[in-house]
Design a protein around this ligand. Structure first.
Ligand SMILES: Cc1ncc(COP(=O)(O)O)c(C=O)c1O
Length: 341
């Protein structure tokens, strides 16, 4: 344990209303540490709408330890009861979802999971502790990929697990010590430095994302926009109830062919084409070819991730620069009405 790590862990505890925090070398290392609470022969209940890396871990790595996964629809919390088996040990979910920005009832899912005696794990990477505190809703363990909003500058990789349960914290700390996937003192220092502006950055991420979402919603070449801050978003009321802002992530469906999507994705000058999220700079990602490329066409269909979907991580730049960039990128593909003429 180094002083930088101690300082970072206590700062994250303060932000997430947690008693215990363990830092890891990446978000995936943190998620794997949470899964270490599950033994061979046991089952994990995993939300269908989950980060692609978590899905891949459940699908391709955990079976090697004879741990199985059952997927549930987080939009239907009561389905958890019928899917829970005698050997189910842990439930994991996230909200807003990636990349379709669905908003789920975080407190209700936590309540059902706990009633069933499961360890309830919530990945709070998208909202960050500035916008949501899931432990207050009854979640047992909060996961963060601190690579994203918490560090905020796309220059460090890290992860954290936070809990108020001393029994779980002890097991997590033991696993961390035994397996050694810990961050370096410099990584912790960079993360702490980023953390100092989390609140300010999140305010600007939210404000910019709202402007971008409204611009896209009114654009003739855009078929649909997924952003909880839009009046038309089905999860808006739930987001208002559980979050202190709608976040910096959004996705939209282009009204065009797969080639048009690729053209737009490659035409940005301010938005960088990259898979990560949560940094000060705006990023664009093409889920079908990037974050969700390991899913089959069928698995993507099940998760309602269409081939024409682009995901934006809206940064903290001047919003007019972002709008101009979107305008010029969208102008490069023919409007279907013009193409047909
Ligand atoms: C929601 C979510 N959880 C976990 C991770 C994994 O984090 P890391 O890249 O730090 O391993 C990511 C990465 O994109 C993510 O988006």
């Amino acid at each position: 344990m180094t002083p930088n790590r101690q300082a970072l862990e206590s700062a994250l505890c303060a932000l997430e209303n947690a008693e215990h925090c363990t830092m890891f070398a990446s978000g995936m290392a943190a998620i794997m540490a949470a899964f270490s609470l599950v033994a061979s022969g046991e089952d994990i209940l995993c939300a269908k709408d989950i980060y692609g890396g978590t899905f891949r871990l459940c699908k391709d790595v955990l079976p090697q330890q004879a741990i199985t996964t059952t997927h549930f629809d987080a939009a239907d919390p009561d389905s958890i009861r019928s899917l829970c088996k005698p050997n189910t040990r842990l439930l994991i979910y996230e909200s807003p979802s990636n990349p379709t920005l669905k908003v789920f009832d975080v407190p209700r899912i936590a309540q059902i999971g706990r009633e069933l005696g499961l360890v309830v794990v919530f990945d709070n990477t998208f909202a960050s502790p500035a916008l949501m505190n899931p432990l207050d809703f009854g979640v047992d363990i909060v996961v963060h990929s601190t690579t994203k909003y918490i560090s905020g500058h796309s220059d460090v990789v890290g992860g954290a697990l936070l809990t108020n349960r001393a029994d779980l914290a002890e097991k997590i700390a033991f696993y961390s010590k035994c397996t050694g996937a810990v961050p370096s003192p410099f990584d912790n220092w960079l993360t702490l430095r980023g953390l100092k502006t989390l609140e300010l950055r999140m305010q600007r991420h939210c404000a910019n994302a709202q402007v971008v979402a409204e611009f896209l919603a009114a654009h003739p070449q855009v078929r649909a926009v997924n952003y909880p801050g839009l009046a038309t978003h089905p999860g808006r009321e739930l987001a208002q109830r559980t979050m202190r802002g709608f976040g910096g992530m959004l996705s939209f469906e282009l009204d065009g062919s797969a080639r048009d999507v690729a053209t737009v994705a490659n035409s940005f000058q301010v938005f960088l084409l990259a898979e990560s999220l949560g940094g000060v700079e705006s990023l664009v990602a093409y889920p079908k070819m990037m974050s969700h490329a390991s899913l089959t066409d069928e698995e993507r269909r099940e998760r309602e991730i269409p081939d024409n979907l682009l995901r934006l991580s809206v940064g903290i730049e001047d919003p007019q620069d972002l709008i101009q960039d979107l305008e010029q990128a969208l102008a490069r593909v023919a409007h279907p009405a013009r193409a047909r003429a």
